[in-house]
Design a protein around this ligand. Structure first.
Ligand code: NAI
Length: 335
């Protein structure tokens, strides 16, 4: 468990409380990361811990500093663990008022290269070069993951998002690779869309999309747009996968520093990350119990924090969820 900064620690406290009350059989090794540490000991320790446990649940780590010596801990973790794909399932909650109803879109994002290569330098005074790295190997891995994901989940359509009209070599490679991989999945229709148009289409007609695949920076922008469409930063979770490890976290990766300690942060995104983690660990029954408790709290009882237009506190939401989880796990013990 990497609590991170801002609201991360309080949200992790809720996860632990729900797990404790529901007797959910997961022990947490808590690892703190210092966002502005000059050395890398904290990062090395976190990486060792995740390698040992195979899986992590994570809050976001603040990366506000412009000091080039301080690297983003979030990016470094993903790169070191080779978590090359990020999956965000964006599904509307019927009980939450939002701009569009019945959205069900999956975003699959390349998670370790592209514009996040962190290779920047000032070649001459006043001229900065920033490298965007696209490799055929990573494009192929993420495209294969995406088409396999679509096949496994019965999805019928894939949209490849790019800016290959301008970035002809880098985005061109990503686009061509995804198109080529798509030929191995004839039952899945695929089209492509330029990122600018994609953002406009998302806010005006999101129902045309099913699964979307894109490079790293477009992925974070599009993820935030869709999270906004279904209810904001406090709801959805994101999954980071590589061949060996997985990290689960809130989908938009915000820190929410301004609302920390006020008992108003929405705990749902982190609890959904816990559901994802339970599925990954094979605790399907407990994952379903927690997921159902979240669903009833939001859609039936209407217990909503202020970001969703409600008046309830974070702890009201958590206590309501705990009530359902305890009811369900108590009755489990009779069988
Ligand atoms: P922020 O942390 O200020 O959050 C954006 C908005 O969402 C705020 O209004 C916040 O109150 C709200 N919010 C976030 N989580 C919430 C929750 N659980 N419940 C209710 N409201 C919630 O976002 P910002 O400024 O984008 O990022 C802060 C830090 O996170 C920076 O250090 C940045 O580097 C890092 N970060 C942000 C990412 C992003 O996609 N926005 C991605 C990666 C890192």
């Amino acid at each position: 468990m990497l609590p991170g900064g801002g609201i991360g620690p309080e949200l992790m406290g809720y996860v632990k409380e729900v797990f404790r009350c529901g007797g959910i059989p997961v022990d947490f090794e808590v690892v703190q990361i210092d966002p502005i540490s000059s050395g890398n000991d904290d990062l090395d320790y976190a990486i060792t811990s995740i390698k040992r446990n195979g899986v992590a649940i994570k809050g976001n780590i603040e990366t506000g500093s412009l000091d080039t010596e301080i690297i983003s801990r979030n990016v470094a973790l993903r790169n070191e663990l080779d978590l090359y794909v990020n999956v965000l399932n964006c599904k509307s909650y019927p009980g939450i008022v939002s701009r569009h109803k019945n959205i069900d879109i999956t975003i699959i994002r390349q998670n370790t290269e592209g514009e996040y290569a962190m290779l920047e330098h000032e070649s001459v005074d006043g001229v900065v070069e920033s490298m965007k790295i696209v490799t055929s190997e990573n494009s192929e891995r993420v495209a294969r993951f995406a088409f396999n994901y679509a096949r496994k989940h019965g999805k019928r359509k894939m949209t490849i998002v790019h800016k290959a009209n301008i970035m002809k070599l880098s985005d061109g490679l990503f686009l061509e690779t995804a198109r080529r991989v798509g030929k191995d999945f004839p039952e899945i229709e695929h089209n492509d869309m330029i990122i600018d148009n994609c953002c406009m289409q998302l806010v005006s007609n999101p129902h045309q999309f099913d699964v979307m695949i894109m490079t790293n920076l477009y992925g974070t922008v599009v993820s935030n747009v869709i999270c906004g469409l279904v209810g904001g930063a406090g709801l959805l979770s994101g999954k980071n996968y590589g061949d060996h490890y997985a990290i689960f976290e809130p989908g938009t990766r915000n820190t929410g520093t301004a609302i920390a300690g006020k008992n108003i942060a929405n705990p749902i995104a982190m609890l959904n990350a816990a559901v994802d983690m339970l599925h990954h660990l094979g605790h399907k029954t407990h994952a379903d119990i927690l997921s159902s408790a979240i669903d009833k709290t939001l859609n039936v009882d209407g217990i909503h924090t202020p970001d969703l237009g409600g008046t309830h506190s974070s702890t009201d939401v958590v206590q309501n969820i705990i009530k359902y989880v305890m009811d369900a796990t108590k009755s489990m013990k009779w069988f």
